[in-house]
Design a binder for this molecule. Structure first.
Ligand SMILES: *Cc1c(COP(=O)(O)O)cnc(C)c1O
Length: 394
């Protein structure tokens, strides 16, 4: 087995075989779990040689990672289709770390209005204090609509597709091209499309994952990754991670790697179950529309069909405008199998009201709830939604 998993293999095969070569496992299937801060050198000569390897997978100190981190990084870089990957302690840190790598005083970043909420807090509270400005653009913007928003100081075009909570699909290749024509780096949160969107063939420079979601898959670890297109972006992202001291516990990396081994199978089930539940909801009289890009007729479906090879199991449900937020809260309270909670990608189903909980003023035409479909029996989930819908109108 070679270190690199040939591209001819499918997604599930690569998840099974990636990150298993190149470490001394004495025949055990999995890479070792190396906990450690200090790394001992055999000689000063060896130490001097290692010092030069800041941008390699050098084992020089815990902050540079261990065999456990590097095994996970190799698998994530492979499935994202990039060259190198850096692990971060959370998905949010995998966004703020790379942003800090590109932004400085007097700079400017373009953010989609549908961006994951805490990134907005970073821009408002920290980037602004550092003297870096943010403009929020409509996520569905065409390159022509985006063009006037670029400034000479713009350093980053940030993408998240589909958008958090509102699920707009972005025209990633066209927007990336507009950014590159102006020398602007393209960073994208690709968490939703982990198995279904190849960021680097669509023009992205740095692809971010909240591994916390489907990669970990069991709602028990926070972890993030940033994978890069090439060495230029690698030097920026890696350097920022090392300067900021952002790394993660090897135990968490080991659990994420374990989660990845079964991710293709979980996602295949969750994609199918999610679509089944979404289609069932779309046919209900209480529902105005379902925000699931893979559902024919849903917003963004055409772009999804062009650029994605699949879907995950996170989507939005917009109720008819005659219902109030209080009605939807009663609906969520009545659900037995759906937990009320943030995050997604685990084995358990979740529900979270959207309206009133997001910063953005998006007129969806009615109160909305975000659903995550887990690994339960789909018939049980639909029966649960059915009984909770009966409570919607009080
Ligand atoms: C959850 C989430 C994150 C952040 O991940 P954490 O590990 O919880 O910090 C980033 N982006 C998106 C789209 C998310 O849903």
């Amino acid at each position: 087995m070679s270190d690199e998993i040939p591209q001819k293999y499918g997604f599930a095969t690569r998840l099974s075989h990636g990150g298993r070569a190149g470490t001394k496992t004495h025949g055990f299937v999995n890479p070792p779990l190396h906990r450690g801060s200090t790394v001992l050198y055999q000689s000063m000569e060896q130490r001097r040689a290692y010092q030069k390897r800041r941008f390699d997978q050098a084992l020089t100190y815990g902050l540079q990672g261990s065999a456990t981190h590097h095994a996970l990084e190799d698998v994530v870089a492979d499935i994202e289709g990039g060259t190198r990957c850096q692990i971060f302690p959370t998905g949010l840190a995998a966004i703020t770390g790379p942003l800090l790598a590109y932004l400085s005083t007097g700079n400017h970043v373009l953010m989609p209005d549908s961006v994951y909420g805490p990134v907005r807090s970073f821009c408002v509270r920290l980037a602004r204090r550092m003297g870096s400005a943010t403009t929020y653009y409509p996520p569905e913007a065409t390159p022509d609509e985006l063009a006037p928003l670029f400034r000479v100081e713009t350093k980053v075009l940030y993408l998240e597709s589909p958008g958090s909570h509102t699920f707009e699909v972005q025209d990633v290749p066209a927007l990336a091209e507009a950014a590159h024509a102006r020398g602007v780096a393209v960073l994208m949160d690709n968490t939703w499309g982990i198995h279904a969107f190849q960021p680097f063939t669509h023009g992205v420079d740095v692809a971010i994952q909240a591994l916390t979601k489907y990669a970990v898959g069991h709602s028990d670890v926070l972890l993030g990754s940033a994978t890069v297109r090439d060495d230029v972006h690698w030097r920026r992202v890696r350097d920022a991670a090392l300067i900021l001291g952002f790394y993660a516990s090897p135990d968490d990396c080991w659990l994420a790697l374990r989660g990845l081994r079964s991710m293709a199978v979980r996602l295949a089930h969750q994609e199918k179950a999610g679509l089944e539940v979404a289609a069932w909801l779309a046919a209900r009289p209480e529902v105005r529309r379902v925000l699931h890009p893979a559902l024919p007729g849903a917003p963004g479906h055409d772009l999804w069909q062009r650029d994605f090879t699949g879907a995950c199991s996170l989507f939005g449900v917009v109720f008819r405008g005659s219902y109030t937020d209080a009605d939807t809260h009663r609906f969520v309270d009545a659900l037995q199998l759906f937990g009320i909670g943030a995050s997604w990608g685990g084995f358990e189903s979740l529900a979270l009201p959207t309206t009133g909980f997001i910063h953005r003023v998006a007129d969806l035409g009615g109160p909305a709830v975000r659903l995550h479909i887990g690994l339960e029996d789909t018939t049980d989930l639909i029966a649960d939604l059915d009984q909770a819908l009966a409570r919607l109108a009080g």
